[in-house]
Design a protein around this ligand. Structure first.
Ligand code: 1PR
Length: 554
């Protein structure tokens, strides 16, 4: 189809959306000038990050008025995430007015029992349906939104349903106690709060409906379903596959996996353990139902110029066929090219976002940021990697990867650090330990405990914690529940439990005992010991909601 355009104001990952559209056999042209908007025959407007930044960008680039004129012209429009929120009158996130197409404003989630951002897979309940005597002509009313499926959301603010926007609401979703607008639709306007391009095949099917249909629904053919009302929380827990990536001794990029961070074979060759190729393995895990894929560049390719980072290519290729969120960690900090050119961390992160990453994970540099935060008396300077990346791309894009290890003490009074009573007794019978933060893949311990690190990072603007445990990594002995529980209680952003998964039961245990939002594993998936599907089935049977595996509508 010619005439399909995308309006991008330069915040975050639109490569995945382009890839999903290409996957469906369509090409899309980027709007480069305000006059392109009037030429478009179908227009898609994705958005991530801050509402004020989005609206200011639309206004300063001269896109706001042509966009309103396009919508008023009756030609099909699809908005995604902040692209949906901009249709409203405004958002609590900013004083900048919205486009004002839909009555109402987006408001922050105000839910003390749930982590914010609302990040992960949730169900959508349809509010509209086709009248019984009508045929769907040209465009499905529900745009393939399926109440049995789940969709990937990532946002801290959400539009609320009010009497004045009732006729716009196509679907709602429930997060904790809060009901919010998941999708809107009227005449030529369709938009989703969730990311279809990140929602597996269930999401690709929605894009397909918009692209193959007319994009326009005759309002006289539809009726509102039952009155919109709250339901029980429908949010699901995420299962994440993690790929530790590095070059082996021949220079090939391989997925490896260590035992307590040692990735070399212990018997025979002493080679870097090779468990597969990153792009192929990521695709396999997506097809098998992983809700998210994390790549950790564990040697960070220190001497590589920014533009040549091998992981950029891995992300570009992975995002062509993998339609769930991708996180990249390792080397997210200020870097200096061999020719002396300095690239600030937010520029490094930007390269990854443009290559298909949705989130970056900061390890060593997060510890240095937290140390600086405390040295400055708990004040934000606006200069750390966490702050600059969160400012430009939103908190939801900043994950902190924590590599703690146990330091045993006989009694909590022996240390100023936060201690826990541990089920694993120390070598001299110690019953307590604190968790020491490390940098450079565990090579160096710092005088900071894990609670100090995560609370500082949350204040600096991080959106999620990826919590490893060096003592458990690669042991198959289950997650470090005492550590995970203490971190979960210390922050209000989502926490991913990592290190030690060995059996399906471990996942249920960590969800039930600590309330974490996600659990990550590496070795058991790479070694084919436990399939992702088996984890999901067991977790679901145990009463913990998870995303169903989906397929493409042919
Ligand atoms: O410090 O910002 O450059 O980031 C480096 C990143 O690389 C950090 O996220 C750090 O965790 C990771 N890393 C560095 N060295 C290693 C190593 O293994 N030698 N991997 C390493 C850490 C931990 C998890 C692992 C889980 C689950 N690996 O990635 O996947 O522990 O494993 P399991 O399920 O098999 O138990 P920077």
């Amino acid at each position: 189809m010619s005439g399909l355009y995308m309006l991008d104001y330069g915040a975050g990952n639109v490569r995945s959306l382009v890839n999903a559209i290409n996957h469906l056999g369509y090409d899309i042209t980027f709007v480069k000038d305000p006059s392109d908007i009037a030429i478009a025959e179908k227009l898609i407007f994705p958005g991530v990050g801050d509402f004020g930044f989005a609206m200011r960008s639309l206004r300063t680039k001269g896109y706001a008025d042509p966009l309103k004129a396009y919508i008023a012209s009756g030609k099909p429009f699809m908005g995604i995430c902040v692209g949906m929120q901009t249709l409203f009158e405004g958002s609590e996130e900013s004083d900048e007015p919205g486009l004002g197409v839909i009555p109402g404003k987006a408001a922050k989630f105000d839910n003390s029992t749930k982590a914010v951002p609302h990040m992960g897979w949730n169900h959508a309940q349809l509010a509209k349906e086709l009248k019984p005597d009508q045929q769907t002509a040209g465009q499905a009313v529900d745009f393939n939104i399926d109440e049995d499926k789940t969709y990937y959301f990532v946002h801290s603010y959400a539009a609320r349903y009010i009497e004045e926007n009732k006729d716009w609401v196509l679907a709602t979703a429930q997060y904790g106690d809060e009901l919010f607008v998941a999708s809107v639709q009227k005449d030529n306007v369709f938009a989703t709060q969730f990311h279809p391009e990140k929602s597996g095949y269930a999401g690709v099917n929605i894009l397909k409906s918009f692209l193959t249909g007319t994009g326009i629904v005759d309002q006289s053919t539809i009726i509102m379903k039952e009155p919109i009302k709250k339901t029980k929380d429908t949010f699901t827990k995420r299962i994440i596959a993690c790929l530790d990536v590095r070059a082996n001794d021949n220079g090939d990029l391989v997925v490896t996996k260590g035992d307590q961070y040692d990735v070399r074979e212990t018997e025979g060759s002493n080679d870097v353990r090779n468990l597969g190729k990153p792009v192929e393995l990521a695709k396999r895990y997506f097809e098998e139902g992983a809700d998210e894929i994390t790549f950790l560049n564990i040697t960070s390719f220190r001497n590589c110029p920014l533009g040549d980072l091998p992981m950029l290519e891995v992300l570009k290729r992975t995002s062509e066929t993998v339609f769930v969120p991708l996180t990249i960690g390792g080397g997210i900090r200020d870097v200096t090219d061999p020719d002396g050119t300095v690239h600030p961390a937010f520029e490094v992160a930007g390269e990854y976002f443009r290559s298909g990453a949705d989130k970056v994970s900061i390890g060593s540099d997060a510890v240095y940021c937290a140390e600086k935060f405390y040295a400055d008396g708990g004040k934000k300077t606006g200069t750390t990697a966490i702050e600059t990346i969160a400012e430009a791309y939103g908190s939801q894009a900043v994950v902190i990867s924590v590599d703690p290890r146990r330091v045993y003490v006989k009694d909590p009074s022996e240390t100023t650090h936060s201690t826990v009573k541990n089920s694993k007794v120390g070598p001299n019978g110690e019953q307590y330990c604190w968790y020491q933060c490390t940098v450079m893949g565990g090579r160096e311990g710092r005088d900071m405990d894990v609670i100090q690190l995560v609370t500082a990072c949350e204040k600096l603007g991080a959106g999620e914690i990826l919590l490893n445990c060096m003592d458990r990594d690669g042991t198959n002995s289950g997650f470090e529940l005492e550590l995970i529980d203490s971190v979960r209680k210390a922050v209000s952003i989502p926490v991913i439990a990592s290190s030690g998964a060995g059996r399906v039961e471990d996942f249920v245990e960590v969800f039930e005992e600590t309330g974490v939002e996600a659990a990550l594993a590496a070795g058991i998936f790479h070694r084919h010991e436990v399939p992702i599907q088996a984890v999901k089935e067991f977790v679901k049977e145990s009463g913990v909601p998870v995303r169903p595996i989906d397929t493409m509508i042919l």
